[in-house]
Design a protein around this ligand. Structure first.
Ligand code: FMN
Length: 417
């Protein structure tokens, strides 16, 4: 029996919305809790997710990265996700040409935060599974069980060439990923030494201690969208990070999500759907649209975006060439993410619609992370609480009243941070 068979949805941690939970593990944060979960992504790379030449775009440095992560942590959002990236795309911005490696980034971010789940994005073909298992277990200890792993098969051939790595034919990538993940899970769960033999691996007397703190292991996300990716993610992973193909007609996006959830159910599992959203929040819709127009249409780096889409077009089966071309402005605005552009009220309204169609979590990028995150925390998060999309943070607890006494006033519990 494969180790993957050991995990059953019934064993997954559940937490209830509005019930204060002091379980800060990634499993508790990501598998239960708020109706719309949130995270911040891609600030381990220069320009984050924005393919633009505006001078205020994210330049990448550690002091600000730490500050952003700690502000996300204090806000009660669920996740911090680095992108797996090794090389830029050329053009005047050379978008993403400076990148912090994702496991070492996650370990350092984990050490300076206390609440949020910290993910690492791992390129399955570029990292040996035992190495990934060890790094992940280490980070799970550093973070006291707040680690989760995002596995990707990759598509950017220029990066593979840097490693001298072979890019497999499309569907073989997921066959390899299945073996790779099986190896990782064995290393995370087997108490005794084991041999691992499969088509791609030949490993003897494998030993990996300590195990991750989370049992049976940290949550696993997969970012991919082809039929092969859907099969892999719904069979073996806990979360699917997807690009919504349809932006104007939410029924289309709902059908995409329903399909994934049904596929998981057919495998006796549950999947949670996460998407990338790019946010421009301003006092008026016009101001938000004007700024979007400025950084995408006036100052966008269409050359870098063209390079990205040309290579992505060759190596993905998530989006066909026509859809990709139609999404070009979305790639410049936020790496193909879903737009949240308008006032705080409009954004919360849209988040409600996304929750209604089955989106479990949104990973945010901005042009200016520090400033726009502060605004998000101040203006958007309280409205999400009012809309019932999220519980207040820190959680509000009512201490049990002594018999016959008046109910005590609500007490804010500082949630240990
Ligand atoms: C939402 C999303 C996020 C992704 N993030 C990364 C990433 O950080 N690094 C990377 O190399 N590929 C990333 N990918 C691309 C995948 O690795 C994969 O190569 C791509 O989806 C094509 O595979 P597919 O045709 O099976 O979907 C991402 C894909 C999606 C859908």
């Amino acid at each position: 029996m494969s180790v993957m068979d050991h995990e059953h949805p019934a064993t997954l941690a559940k937490t209830n919305m509005n019930a204060p939970s002091h379980d800060y593990t990634a499993r508790a944060r990501l598998f239960g809790g708020n109706r719309m979960k949130l995270g911040v992504m891609a600030f381990n790379c220069s320009h984050g997710s924005t393919i633009t030449t505006v001078p205020e775009a994210w330049q990448l440095n550690w002091p600000d990265s730490k500050e952003i992560a700690q502000a996300v942590d204090r806000s009660g959002m669920e996740a911090l996700l680095p992108v797996g990236r090794w090389k830029g795309y050329g053009g005047p911005s050379n978008f993403n040409n400076r990148t912090f490696e994702s496991f070492t980034w996650a370990s350092a971010i984990g050490a300076v935060t206390t609440y949020c789940t910290v993910l690492a994005t791992v390129h399955v073909p570029l990292v040996h599974p035992l190495m990934a298992a060890k790094m992940a277990a280490t980070i799970d200890h550093v973070t006291n069980g707040r680690f989760a792993m995002n596995v990707v098969c990759g598509w950017f051939k220029n990066e593979f060439d840097m490693f001298g790595a072979h890019m497999r034919p499309h569907d073989d990538r997921y066959k390899y990923a299945t073996e790779w993940l099986d190896f990782v899970r064995r290393a995370w769960t087997a108490e005794e030494e084991f041999d691992f033999r499969s088509e791609s691996f030949e490993a003897a007397s494998v030993w990996s201690q300590p195990k991750p703190l989370q049992k049976p292991h940290p949550p696993i996300m997969n970012a991919g969208g082809s039929p092969a990716a859907q099969e892999f993610t719904t069979r073996y992973c806990d979360m699917n990070f997807v690009i919504l193909k349809d932006r104007t007609y939410l029924e289309g996006a709902k059908a995409q999500i329903d399909h994934l959830k049904k596929l998981a159910a057919a495998h006796g599992r549950e999947t949670r759907i996460w998407i990338h959203v790019y946010v421009v929040c301003r006092a008026t819709e016009k101001e938000a649209r004007d700024y979007l127009n400025y950084y995408v249409h006036e100052k966008g780096d269409w050359e870098a975006a063209g390079n990205l889409l040309q290579i992505f077009g060759l190596h993905n089966q998530t989006l066909d060439a026509k859809t990709l071309e139609g999404h070009k402005a979305h790639f410049i605005a936020g790496h193909g993410g879903y737009p949240l552009v308008g006032t705080a009220e409009q954004i919360v309204d849209e988040l409600g619609k996304l929750a209604d169609i089955g989106v479990d979590g949104c990973l945010i990028s901005w042009v200016r992370y520090k400033e726009e995150l502060a605004q998000w925390n101040e203006e958007v998060l309280p409205l999400m609480v009012q809309a019932g999309l999220r519980a207040p943070f820190p959680p509000v607890e009512r201490p049990r009243a002594a018999a016959g006494s008046a109910p005590p006033e609500e007490t804010r519990v500082a949630a240990g941070i």
